[in-house]
Design a protein around this ligand. Structure first.
Ligand code: F0G
Length: 360
């Protein structure tokens, strides 16, 4: 019959079976129609609100599975390199499991909200000079030496948890033509496509949307590989973009992601930082949703593809809104200034009333 319960473990029939499950109720996120944007763009746009997961990003879906496995194996230390969200998620789930989290981050390269989040969870933070890719090299070497259990996106259990995004979409809409995903290390787009391929095994409708990967221009090795019809990526040495979550030059899941895009008849595009910030402001002003820049890349991608006529009018599109806006206060300031500052001062209640009369 159809799956029961809620959250990621609702799909336990298609997930690994750890001895113990470490969970915070992740998954079962709302799929919300973006009414104002749909009307303006002539497509049916839905947002999958992954930023509503327990630590504020989709990473929790994979982490509940990965940490459950780690704790079933009697590891004490878990390690991951991260641009921030994986780290925050790992720290939280490791705490619940009684494991010690060690995190490698690119020095100065992650949003301040994430850094505070990780610190407050009491994780060990190792700042590595260089990019995320350098931090990942170190984390992989530590895991190979057996120093700790690795919870990087190469960890297959994490991708198993993340594939449940596809199952939930299929339960919520009758039709989906495109799924638009921001791409960094390329794990999520691969996982979601795997979910669509397996959905039939759960008795869910088997729809095969086109997978659209969106990269930031200054960190777009996968986009380049796609355009040049290559099977592997060339490492970008100094990736740069305001979207720090996807500031990655050497995506470890590149081969899987390219296969997912090819099999689904989708595509990979890139967007500029200006387009990303504009999209974040558009989402805030029209739909009341604040997401971090990496997530706004998906809307920026949709806008671009609509303008180019690549996504036809009337299409049904799901944007994966991956991370919470409050994680990146500096980016919010940019978004606020593009929205136009609306702020005034009053020294007394009477003066405040006068100001309000002006505003009204
Ligand atoms: N959006 C957000 C908010 C992310 O944090 C990430 C990845 C992505 C999109 C891209 O997902 O890597 O599977 O292609 N963040 C990782 C991290 C790399 O360390 O938190 P991906």
């Amino acid at each position: 019959g159809s799956p029961r319960g809620r959250g990621v473990w609702r799909y336990r029939d298609l997930l690994p079976r750890p001895r113990r499950i470490v969970t915070m109720g992740e998954g079962s996120t709302p799929l919300v129609k973006l009414e104002n944007l749909s009307r303006a763009m002539g497509v049916e746009v839905y947002g999958k609100l992954e930023f509503l997961n327990p630590t504020g990003s989709f990473k929790d879906r994979g982490m509940t599975v990965g940490v459950s496995i780690a704790s079933s194996f009697s590891y004490r230390l878990v390690v991951a390199a991260s641009t921030g969200n994986t780290a925050a998620s790992m720290a939280a789930y490791a705490r619940r499991a009684g494991l010690n989290p060690v995190i490698l981050i690119p020095k100065g390269g992650i949003a301040s909200g994430k850094l505070s989040q990780i610190a407050a969870l009491g994780a060990w933070v190792l700042e590595v000079e260089g990019s995320f890719d350098d931090a990942l090299d170190a984390a992989r070497a530590a895991a190979e030496k057996g120093l700790a259990y690795s919870l990087n996106s190469i960890n297959p259990y994490r991708l198993e948890g993340q594939k449940t995004i596809a199952f939930e979409i299929l339960e919520d809409v009758d039709r989906v033509d495109h799924v638009v995903v921001p791409v960094g290390n390329a794990g999520n787009i691969s996982a979601i496509w795997k979910g669509f391929k397996e959905a039939g095994l759960l008795g869910l409708p088997s729809m095969r949307p086109r997978m659209v990967g969106v990269q930031a221009e200054g960190a777009s090795p996968l986009y380049r590989a796609w355009v040049e019809k290559m099977d592997s990526v060339e490492r970008v040495r100094n990736p740069s973009t305001i979207a720090s979550a996807i500031r990655i030059g050497n995506p470890v899941n590149a081969a899987k992601a390219l296969a997912a895009v090819r099999e689904s008849d989708g595509l990979i595009i890139s967007v500029s930082d200006a387009e990303i910030l504009k999209a974040a402001a558009t989402l805030a002003e029209n739909e009341g949703m604040l997401v971090e820049p990496a997530s706004a890349a998906s809307l920026a991608g949709l806008i671009k593809l609509r303008n180019q006529g690549i996504i036809a009018s009337g299409s049904s599109v799901v944007l994966i809104l991956t991370g919470h806006g409050l994680k990146d206060p500096r980016a919010l300031e940019f978004i606020a200034s593009s929205a136009g500052v609306r702020r005034a001062y009053a020294s007394t209640a009477e003066e405040a009333l006068l100001k309000l009369e002006e505003i009204a």
